[in-house]
Design a protein around this ligand. Structure first.
Ligand code: NAP
Length: 251
């Protein structure tokens, strides 16, 4: 018996919500929280709440007011603000917290990859290497750092058709939804004459195919490394998270 708060926005979070609803019984309420970035979020088992909490203080209040028993941080590896807020809110309220730390990708051996710590460093690497046609697959936030690179053409992949202008002058936007397969990724990169792929080190099977496609086509990859997770317990899959939750709830 208890109330589980899953911080979501990922496939792992959806899988975990389904596992909890299926396996933990009707006395356990499963609440998944979404930031509200996507207009039509996919269906999630259990209860959904949408929108920011208002920083660490807001999340702390939510945990207290809603009498949350355990907190699962199943957010994307690059969503570091909410992960740090979750760590602090769990510490203030004394509830158990676990993070799903999804495994990083195993890279094709023939892949030509440069690791960088940030999008700014990725932009500096594009400039240094004189890349001409860059495929940006890092999401739509923070792309203004590429705006000054006027000798480079950028194709920006979005998963939703956001209205409004491209993220910076000269960027071409394509809308494609994961999961992607290697053939489709090769076709996309070939069609746009891509010489460089920029990706976050997200991990996960849905977006992994681009690495094999880049290796097949001899395309250079600039990989933005993950931010550090806050200290705390981790599991590597929704199934492991379910086991951890059962232990924390004593069920
Ligand atoms: P972020 O930088 O860590 O968070 C920014 C703010 O968004 C947080 O301070 C929080 O607002 C709110 N927020 C984030 N996740 C939330 C959640 N699950 N429930 C309620 N509020 C949330 O996060 P982000 O990188 O913008 O990512 C936003 C969401 O998209 C995350 O849930 C993440 O799982 C998902 N996502 C991110 C990426 C990525 O590349 N970053 C990729 C795929 C999916 P308050 O401070 O007001 O609480």
């Amino acid at each position: 018996m208890g109330r589980i708060l899953i911080l979501g926005g990922t496939k792992d979070a959806r899988l975990l919500a389904q596992l909890c609803v299926d396996r933990l019984g009707p006395d356990t309420e499963v609440i998944t929280s979404l930031a509200g970035r996507t207009r039509k979020p996919q269906a999630v088992a259990g209860t959904i709440r949408i929108g920011g909490f208002g920083g660490t203080a807001g999340l702390t209040d939510y945990i207290k007011n809603e009498e949350i028993s355990v907190l699962v941080d199943a957010t994307h590896p690059f969503a570091s603000t909410i992960s740090n807020n979750a760590a602090q809110a769990a510490s203030k309220t004394g509830i158990p917290r676990v993070m799903i730390d999804r495994p990083i990708w195993g890279l094709p051996t023939e892949l030509n990859v440069t690791r960088v710590p940030s999008l700014e460093s990725a932009a500096a690497t594009v400039k240094k290497r004189g890349s001409k046609n860059v495929f940006l697959t890092t999401g739509i936030n923070g792309l203004d750092v590429f705006g000054a690179l006027t000798s480079t053409r950028f194709v920006v992949r979005q998963i939703e058709d956001h209205e409004g202008s491209p993220p910076f002058d000269g960027a071409r936007v394509i809308v494609q939804k994961p999961p992607f397969d290697v053939t489709d990724e090769r076709n996309t990169m070939s069609a746009h004459g891509v010489d460089t792929l920029i990706t976050k080190e997200s991990g996960g099977s849905a977006t992994e195919a681009k690495l094999q496609a880049a290796a097949d086509l001899g395309i250079h990859v600039i990989m933005v490394e993950r931010p550090a997770l806050p200290a705390g317990e981790t599991v590597s899959s929704p199934e492991e998270a379910l086991g951890w939750i059962s232990g924390a709830l004593g069920s």
